[in-house]
Design a protein around this ligand. Structure first.
Ligand code: NAI
Length: 426
């Protein structure tokens, strides 16, 4: 065999798997059809957070009592900076894999048999294969020529108006940022509320704030057609919106077509690759991780899957356990949740956390869930930088900590994390 492991896709999961395997002396070939780092680093998590940071900084100062300011956004200069920042991250990741000894091939890889992948007309063999081919935006048939995550993060100016189809993760994050950057934002969501996949308590906090900053939210609303002249015209059953840009964010589809899965009769779960708890497919030496497998389409889930699959390849019997999977939506208030809900919970309002008030922020809440015996099961947090503190609860869930352990842990003052630890109000 040419290699111990071939990794199909050098995205978040593929990269993590490669590093773990290389550090354990495995010979690794990585195959990538586009850019090292995949969707998250190049076109998703990283550039979107950069845009959101810019919008928050502007909004923060504009709303600070006593501050008046004028500002100008040069998106071309911002794009240059963003592209170089992304290139720095992806370049570091690629260099790390190379310096650890990986071979990296650019081209579209196809599985030929259980040990062989064909790239650019040549066959490469390995004892094990990891599939990490990611996902692509879902499209609505008949609606073309709109923006998706890649295009919207590559814009050369802030649109005066934008209609966003789909009020899920991407729609709400980009909608919040654009509203703070001065666009007229319309969010059109088919279900009865935005962020239908999160608790109504969290999504209501976001809905309220977004409306207060002028976002027009249209729920239970399906788009019938989109046409483009000078402006886009978006028609729903009851409304017609004219906007300069249209973002389509109605979910993502796993990239499982044309990669040769059928050659190997790999079992599927709809469009996802079916795996066991080792992230192993029905073909024992082939693993699948990240967005092509069931579970949330999150980069940190792909990282975790990568570790599980690699450990199994290294001969260690490790299984997935998502019980403390953190979720973050970078909107306003920033919302995070982890673990599971239970009958008991304690809640404190963000407005009771002094550090939040120093930031002129008081929207949101901290809700910690725990069992009858006090064991922490999860949390839902809507507060500034909740992404930075949710891990404390994930650790508590992983470690079966008691709610009193959180209360007895000394938290620095003043911090947002005090919302986890402070005396609770029911
Ligand atoms: P999503 O699944 O989060 O949201 C799609 C939304 O579109 C849903 O609320 C759905 O009801 C709605 N929808 C579907 N068809 C529609 C239609 N015809 N008209 C109006 N609404 C319609 O998908 P999204 O936002 O595209 O994001 C894709 C994935 O990317 C997410 O599942 C998430 O896992 C990941 N992501 C994660 C982020 C994070 O962790 N902060 C940020 C951005 C994306």
């Amino acid at each position: 065999m040419d290699y111990d492991v071939i990794i199909l896709g050098a995205g978040a999961g593929g990269y993590k798997a490669a590093v773990h395997l290389l550090k354990n002396k495995k010979r690794v070939l990585m195959i990538e059809k586009e850019k090292f780092g995949g969707e998250c680093l190049n076109y998703g998590c990283i550039p979107s957070k950069a845009l959101i940071e810019m919008s928050e900084s502007i909004y923060y100062l504009k709303n600070m009592p006593g501050i008046s300011m004028e500002y100008k956004i040069d998106m071309k200069a911002w794009q240059d900076w963003k592209n170089s920042m992304v290139a720095r991250i992806t370049g570091n990741a690629e260099r790390q894999c190379k310096s650890l000894g990986a071979d990296i091939l650019y081209g579209f890889g196809t599985l030929k048999d259980k040990n062989t992948v064909n790239v650019n007309g040549k066959d490469y063999t390995a004892e094990n294969i990891i599939i990490d081919t990611g996902s692509s935006p879902a499209r609505i048939p008949g609606i073309d020529n709109v923006y998706y995550n890649r295009e919207i993060l590559g814009i050369d100016h802030i649109p005066e108006s934008i209609a966003i189809i789909g009020g899920g993760y991407i729609g709400v994050e980009i909608g919040t940022a654009m509203a703070k950057l001065g666009s007229d934002v319309y969010i059109i969501e088919a279900k009865e509320r935005i962020l239908p996949e999160v608790s109504s308590e969290l999504s209501n906090a976001v809905d309220k704030k977004l409306r207060s900053i002028g976002v027009k939210i249209m729920t239970s609303s399906k788009v019938i057609s989109v046409s483009k002249d000078k402006y886009y015209t978006v028609k729903t059953e009851n409304d017609e919106i004219k906007s300069e840009m249209v973002l389509m964010s109605v979910g993502r589809i796993p990239n499982t077509k044309n990669i040769g899965l059928e050659n190997l009769k790999i079992e599927m779960d709809g469009r996802f690759i079916k795996t066991d708890e080792h992230r192993r497919t029905n073909v024992k030496n082939i693993y699948a991780i990240g967005d092509v497998t069931t579970g949330p389409m999150l980069a940190h889930k792909a990282f975790y899957d990568a570790y599980i699959a690699s450990e199994n390849i290294l001969g260690n019997d490790v299984i997935i356990d998502y019980k403390a999977m953190p979720y973050v939506i970078y909107t306003d208030p920033e919302i995070s949740f982890t673990g599971s809900v239970s009958n008991n919970s304690k809640k404190i309002m963000t407005s009771a956390v002094p550090r939040a008030l120093t930031m002129n922020e008081g929207d949101g809440f901290f809700r910690i869930y725990y069992n009858d015996d006090g064991t922490v099961t999860g949390a839902a947090i809507a507060a500034p930088r909740s992404s930075e503190i949710i891990t404390e609860i994930s650790l508590a869930v992983e470690s079966y900590l008691n709610i009193n352990d959180l209360l007895l842990t000394i938290h620095p003052h003043p911090t947002i994390a005090e919302g986890i630890h402070d005396d609770f109000e029911n």
